[in-house]
Design a protein around this ligand. Sequence first.
Ligand code: NAD
Ligand code: UDP
Ligand code: UDP
Length: 339
Amino acid sequence: SIVSDVVPMGRVVGGVGRVPLGLKRKQLRVLVTGGAGFVGSHLVDRLMERGDSVIVVDNLFTGRKENVMHHMANPRFEMIRHDVVEPILLEVDQIYHLACPASPVHYKFNPIKTIKTNVVGTLNMLGLAKRIGARFLLTSTSEVYGDPLEHPQVETYWGNVNPIGVRSCYDEGKRTAETLAMDYHRGMGIEVRIARIFNTYGPRMCIDDGRVVSNFVAQALRKEPLTVYGDGKQTRSFQYVSDLVEGLMRLMEGEHVGPFNVGNPGEFTMLELAKVVQDTIDPNARIEFRPNTADDPHMRKPDISKAKDLLGWEPKVALRHGLPLMVEDFRQRIFGDQA
Ligand code: NAD
Ligand code: UDP
Ligand code: UDP
């Protein structure tokens, strides 16, 4: 069977896994829901590189086949077009549950669908984990802290969330998903892991998903003004995608349930971010102010002491180093061969 196959441990990258070099490690069967999306596809790359057998379940709402195309010919890879709101029967060892639209534009597009994905979708994946005894990792979000009254945010903070606002389908949905994961863990003995992911950027982000980094980068490349919402003094902390993937894998392989903040503590106002984008792409890019959206959190910055202590993880890629890597990908996708 696939499970008894082995791969040389030397191919494991980044220190995930505890088997010393030279020893054989059991090949795992890993399900990645949302694996055709931005974060999911980078995770899939790492798991494939490690020698695992990977199944992606994705309805392609915001994900793209192009993101995983390079694995299609590999017999260890399989992609199933499926909506996690419907039950599914599979046999795997680990489940990384990422399926959920992540940008405000996408999750507000059909808020009821977003709630169903977060609640029914997560319930189904936990039911699956229970039936097959798989370990389950939930990708929750810093949005569970809402418009935080504590700064930086520590995992013990319970948050300040509007239950009836336009972002609620996402943040309350993720809060319920966390509750479900904890109840399956406590009540059914399921091995769960919870990551609270802070704003992440990198290659393969949707170009027009309305998130601030993708907007600014695409705008600067297209010689359009950078749209700063509100006064631009609100803050976010931006994590490069490879740091996130490393954190998720360490969490999955480790012994701690969490929740863990996984983010880069470097904090920037939107005006400071605009400056970094100008410095990276076009010093002459203009800035245009626009009204802000409802319920926009004023500040956000992770306290990552817990992940440092218990997972030995911390981000390595600073914004000024990660941004150019994303710009190259965007340039290619926006201008194609003319770039
Ligand atoms: P993404 O939109 O690129 O990826 C989400 C994937 O899930 C897409 O491929 C989409 O097609 C798929 N999907 C959505 N609904 C589905 C459904 N009902 N059934 C099956 N597949 C479905 O977003 P991302 O940035 O890669 O985010 C991945 C996960 O990380 C999400 O759960 C998101 O909430 C979480 N997260 C991301 C960030 C970030 O900054 N990127 C921050 C916090 C949390
Ligand atoms: N489920 C699934 N795949 C499985 C097992 C369960 O999709 O392999 C779904 C199942 O349809 C249900 C949910 O997961 O809607 C929760 O399952 P659980 O067994 O925990 O609860 P129950 O089915 O008893 O309500
Ligand atoms: N934002 C902005 N210009 C844009 C898009 C977003 O100034 O073109 C702001 C937005 O108001 C918010 C911050 O950037 O304060 C981060 O927004 P994003 O949608 O990227 O992520 P989230 O709000 O989910 O953290």
